[in-house]
Design a protein around this ligand. Structure first.
Ligand SMILES: [Fe+2]
Length: 349
């Protein structure tokens, strides 16, 4: 595994314009004073209005990453006193970090259409990723002691995010996120054909509750040529591989080996954002020892839809295992002002 994203992509390091970053922090503080929780029904309209003002300056920073499938964005303004200690699990991330949640919503709204899941973290739009005692060895964001295997976020669902925005509140031990782009792997045509054929299901991860593998779940493609290029839907921890024929398993293993070969790590620092193209890159996390003392690694995560990016029509028939979206911004399409092209994005989609 390489340890520098700059070896893989030239446009993976970006910076929020200083005035824009301050404007986000100011707007977030102001809105946090007007609402009492991130579920306030009036909040999306307020965020929409502020994001329309901010997007001309900030939108270009959130353009989809290039071939590396991810970009680090520096400059998020944080207030440690407002944040308070790292919560002991997502459910304890209370109103103290409300202005940070609203800042993430504002930035996410500049990047696309934020959404949440009814079955995950009580439907929050901004999820909290923190290590939780008793979950150290799970394949979820609450884990710590185990390698969080590379995966497409919510790969089981046909309406999974096109992009993820991760905001680092703190990461004192510089625990690294791992990334691998399907646009950088090399596979022979026979393996690509096998991986494009819907062969196995991907089951929901346990953060949504256990779903038994009944054998009736819809099979999905793993890697195919989408309108923008090679596209990936990959989550080996929740894919019943033993059920497949040997030749498919060999192709899947070749893909896994290639994803490992091209993988790189990003150790986010407080105030940095990570924009991940969820159709292009898989992400994971190296193992670490959780502190459980209020100073642990703390990320805030937002799922984003890009309305201009269409999914494979074959996915439309999938029911997503009954998991429903929370979409307070879905009724406001087309409000994101078109940003100017980022000078560092030559060659990006
Ligand atoms: Fe994830």
């Amino acid at each position: 595994m390489k340890n520098a994203c700059s070896e893989h992509v030239s446009d993976c390091v970006r910076t929020l314009p200083g005035a824009g970053a301050q404007a986000v922090a100011h707007a977030a503080r102001e809105l946090a004073g007007l609402v009492s929780s991130p579920f306030d029904p009036g909040l999306p309209a307020q965020v929409d209005a502020r994001a329309r003002e901010l997007a001309p300056e900030l939108g270009e920073v959130f353009a989809p990453p290039g071939a590396a499938g991810a970009a680090v964005i520096s400059g998020l303004v944080l207030d440690n006193a407002d944040l308070g200690p790292t919560p002991q699990d997502w459910s304890h991330a209370g109103v103290r970090s409300l202005s940070a949640d609203i800042a993430m919503m504002l930035l996410a709204r500049c990047a696309g259409v934020p959404f949440g899941w009814q079955g995950q973290q009580a439907g929050r739009i901004v999820n909290n990723v923190v290590p939780a005692a008793g979950h150290e060895d799970e394949q979820t964001g609450a884990s710590s002691a185990t390698l969080l295997a590379p995966h497409t976020e919510d790969a089981f669902h046909p309406r999974r995010a096109n992009m993820l925005l991760l905001g680092c509140m703190r990461n004192p031990d510089l625990v690294a996120t791992t990334l691998s782009s399907v646009r950088q792997v090399q596979l022979d045509e026979a393996h690509r054909r096998l991986l494009a054929a819907p062969t196995l299901p991907i089951l929901p991860d346990i953060s949504y509750g256990a779903v038994p593998d009944t054998g009736a779940a819809p099979t999905v493609s793993t890697l195919w040529d989408g309108p923008q290029g090679p596209t990936l839907r990959y989550d080996p921890a929740y894919t019943p591989l033993p059920r497949a024929r040997a030749e498919f398993r060999a192709a899947y293993e070749a893909l896994t080996t290639e994803l490992e070969r091209v993988s790189y790590t990003v150790a986010l620092e407080a105030g940095q954002l990570l924009l991940v193209d969820n159709d292009v890159a898989v992400h994971g996390r190296v193992p670490f020892t959780a502190r459980y003392d209020g100073t642990d690694r703390w990320l805030k995560r937002v799922n984003l839809r890009l309305p201009q990016r269409l999914r494979d029509p074959a996915e439309a028939a999938e029911d997503g295992y009954g998991q429903k979206l929370v979409e307070p911004y879905a009724a406001a399409p087309g409000r994101r002002p078109s940003p100017r092209p980022h000078p560092a994005l030559v060659g990006a989609r």
